[in-house]
Ligand binder design. Sequence first.
Ligand code: PMP
Length: 402
Amino acid sequence: TGDGCECDQCYHGLDCSELMSNCSVDLSSGTPTLFQDYWTANLEASAAFIPGNFRLGYSDGNLEGLESAVRKLHATVGNVNMDGRQLVMSAGSTQMIFGLLYAISAVNRENGFQGKTAVTSAPPYYNLYSYGTKMESSELFEWRAYADVINASAPSINFVVSPNNPDGRLGDPEFPPPSVAIHDFAYYWPHFTAITAEADYDVMLFTLSKVSGHAGSRVGWVWLRDARLAEVLRLYLMIHSITMSHESQYRAIKLISAITDGYASAAERTASLTGFTPQAAAAEGRLFHFAKLVMQNRWDRLHSVLGTTGTDSQTRVTIQALPPAASCGFFQQTVTPSPAYAYLHCRLATDPDCFELLRANGIVGRPGVVFGGDSSFVRLSLLGRESDFVLTLERLKTIAES
Ligand code: PMP
């Protein structure tokens, strides 16, 4: 099995080869276990050993090592313009999202705005934005529907995600000032989309979770142009958690260094994807080649079962149309998008609840309504284990042919 101690979901037996009857595959969460095989092939390069006397204090030797590893990662990939920006680190981008909502709306108050800053995102949007904003019940900000905010002149916060979770679309527009766009670039990495330019915005959010797969280590960061915003955000993070876990920092430095070491030369970055298998890419320590090949292969197999939307999609369940192929500055070749999620559509009026149709066929996704979409859509994560993906494909085929 992937982690050596338990079987993949839906399998059991001594060698984990027996399929359990009536087992649903759960693809509802974006937990990125596809990276497990890569790290299994790179154990030594990525291992972090932490002795008992390592950094006991709150902030002894804090953050510099991680910050320089993150800078090197972006310099290697070429996905961010770091000039004139401050880097702020936190325990995952989830913590940063709430820090940013606080900091942006608190700075709006400092600048004389009396009301609550509206928070929004164009549907379908990542569900945490709306759930989390509502749960905060803040005096400073509140969740509002996109259509109500788009033409308003009051300050607002607009989450722009590219490629988007759940549907992989690229580059929603910003609203004009005084709105602030939080550009969430959780998925702006070469395995999901072409790196077409260095992103160059005021607020750019990143997470280790979807780069290396270490979602449980809780490492996120943001690039900020505004110094006052960075100051208020740091205060928020200090009050909420004092500092990031030193163990997380240490592990993240090891992992990120293992990734950048694999791409020390330009030749390593631009090695043709077609010349590689995922296994060979993992053996050579090239994480982005590995992950791109796995993701691309999953999309190819999905398209062969469900067709390509906009052309031949007459199946009962269709898949979202992807943005066109584009030239990737990292791989130095044209790549087709391979986003993290399939956003399925049950196109028949007789299938109003797509989540239920899939569930009845042994696939648990995340229903479209939670993303501000409707119940004819379901999101499936493509970031899980191969065995789950294979079962899912078989079951999608059964639905498509029904
Ligand atoms: N933003 C987006 C768009 C995401 O999809 C996710 C994870 N699903 C996050 C942020 C949160 O990531 P993290 O693990 O860093 O909290």
